[in-house]
Design a protein around this ligand. Structure first.
Ligand SMILES: [Zn+2]
Length: 172
């Protein structure tokens, strides 16, 4: 992780009592690549190669949500690494749109479960109640079918196709 990004994250310490040091240490220890990016939409995007965070957007949400969103992207990244790129490319290359959609929804659920657990471990408090009450828009719960349709038929188990789609979501 770039020093600029870790110092920006650590600056948020003053806005909430969460353990930002523990999160930054976690990211360093796991050697997770974090890239400050301007994305076409959303707060972040995890890929097999690292996590893009749209840090400009983070000022619009409070510390708890920021913390959770980063944990959520880490959850996606861990799943990508653990299950491997081939597995994910294969799932996203299905000839059945509903299978692509279900894979995306399963990965979102997995990332949320991972994030709830990591948030709890690093802060010794639960995010569960906030998570249950949160506006779905912040957690990007809608639009997964649109994402599935966008990806459908375009990856064909080819890594370069996957990279091309990732790049379509990144402005800078
Ligand atoms: Zn997600």
């Amino acid at each position: 992780m770039d020093n600029n990004i870790s110092s920006e994250i650590l600056n948020w310490q003053s806005e909430s009592n969460l353990n930002w040091n523990a999160l930054v240490d976690y990211i360093y220890n796991k050697r997770i690549v974090i890239i400050d990016s301007k994305l076409k939409s959303g707060f972040g995007m995890a890929t097999y190669y690292g996590i893009h965070l749209n840090l400009d957007y983070f000022k619009f949400v409070n510390g708890e949500i920021r913390y959770f969103l980063i944990c959520h992207e880490i959850g996606h990244y861990v799943s990508l690494i653990e299950q491997g790129l081939d597995y994910h490319l294969n799932m996203l290359s299905s000839s059945n749109l509903n299978d692509v959609y279900n894979h995306i929804v399963n990965e979102e659920k997995r990332a949320d479960d991972f994030a709830l657990n990591l948030y709890n471990i690093l802060n010794n408090i639960s995010f569960e109640d906030i998570h249950n009450n949160i506006n779905d828009e912040y957690l990007n719960k809608n639009g997964y079918m649109e994402t599935a349709k966008y990806i459908f038929g375009r990856i064909n188990n080819n890594e370069q196709n996957y990279k091309n789609i990732i790049n379509e979501f990144i402005i800078i």
